[in-house]
Design a protein around this ligand. Structure first.
Ligand code: GTP
Length: 348
């Protein structure tokens, strides 16, 4: 008689470029978990850990703070053995292990090295990758954020025939798309129907195999669609090509850089927001997020910027005592002028 295999805990990987809406989608999943025990693992590019902050103490019923595991030490896809595997084992060894694990990777992470980790002996009998969901920023594609300059590629190819792209964003975006079992085409509220159709056609052109695309605004997709894909993605790596396949999991993120800027208490929201927007535009910043104190306000101001598009909210109380300084993480392509950005954000 066959002995039944112990069931493996399903894992969903949420991938997608900086600011595409991964944390927003994750919050929507947690808000609609209907009592299922979901553990969340977050990893960010940049040392500030804003997403973990947002998810912990999110006030969502049934979501306990210790269900949110934050891996801040570098990029998940590069530190698999050191940080990631022990964190997964710790989750599985809990007295009340989760029913499902959702991993939000950083916006610059390549999903493939992470997928490979699920083939490691200590983990493969206990977990399976239910699916890779790639969140895509519809207006960013529509405005050509991930597009190459064909002439530049042709010129560079003369020197290096193996060259695929002149735009490092295109490479990361394609790797994330290549790994996807499902694409969530997010921010449809910012893109008209004609453009959305073009964006979908572009995704289908780039994807290495037919992929389901779901349109969404604010990450509102029924978790029943997102969780339970049953892809067993770790067993299907060859169908998910990566630009870094030849590098045996080793790769650098040296096309991008990130730093954290301390900002003083702000006079008012409007002046601060327009300064952030101005900095994003002048220095071509890809992503800014963080927190600040505003004069006369007891609540903390949380700001989120994707390119020059910003949102803010007063999200929670600031400690009554202590310095009223804030912190903003800034992410851009290599060559970002750190000193000038710091100066501009300080308002001098
Ligand atoms: N207009 C609009 N804004 C959105 C939508 N989804 C997310 N946002 C906003 O986009 C910004 C980035 O969203 P996040 O969910 O933090 O994106 P992310 O992919 O987790 O970002 P990183 O972790 O930094 O890569 C936030 O200000 C969100 O409120 C959407 O559908 N429409």
């Amino acid at each position: 008689m066959n002995k039944a295999l112990p069931s493996r805990v399903p894992v969903t990987i949420i991938s997608g470029f900086l600011g595409a809406g991964k944390t927003t989608l994750l919050r929507h999943i947690l808000q609609n978990a209907k009592g299922h025990r979901i553990a969340v693992v977050v990893n960010e590019f940049g040392s500030l850990g804003v997403d973990g902050e947002i998810l912990r103490g999110c006030g969502i019923e049934g979501c306990r703070d210790d269900d949110v595991v934050e891996l801040v030490n570098g990029c998940l896809c590069c530190t698999v053995a050191d940080d990631f595997l022990p964190a997964m084992e710790a989750l599985l060894d809990r007295a009340d292990p989760p029913e499902h694990v959702v991993i939000e990777t950083s916006g610059l992470a390549l999903p493939k090295p992470l997928l490979k980790a699920f083939g490691w002996p200590t983990i493969r009998s206990r977990m399976t990758v239910d699916g890779v969901i790639t969140v895509v920023d519809a207006p960013a594609i529509a405005t050509g954020r991930f597009a190459d300059d064909p002439e530049a590629v042709a010129r560079q190819r003369e020197a290096d025939p193996s060259l695929d792209h002149d735009n490092p964003l295109a490479e990361v975006f394609e790797d994330q798309l290549n790994a996807a079992d499902l694409v969530v085409l997010n921010k449809t509220d910012l893109t008209d129907t004609g453009e959305l159709a073009k964006v979908e056609a572009e995704i289908r052109r780039l994807a290495p195999r037919p992929v389901q695309i779901i349109r969404a605004a604010e990450g509102r997709v029924d978790p029943a669609i997102l969780l339970g894909i049953g892809a067993e993605a770790e067993a299907d790596l060859d169908a998910r090509p990566s630009h870094h396949d030849a590098e045996e999991g080793e790769h650098e993120h040296d096309d991008f850089e990130s730093f954290v800027v301390e900002v003083p208490e702000q006079k008012d929201v409007e002046t601060f927001l327009s300064r952030l927007q101005d900095v994003a535009a002048r220095f071509d910043v890809l992503r800014m997020k963080g927190f600040a104190a505003v004069q006369g306000k007891a609540m903390r101001l949380a700001v989120q910027g994707v390119g020059t598009r910003f949102r803010y909210e007063f999200d929670r109380s600031l400690p009554a005592a202590g310095a009223r300084t804030g912190q903003i993480v800034v992410i851009g392509q290599k060559g970002l002028e750190e000193a000038a950005v710091r100066q501009a954000l300080a308002g001098v």
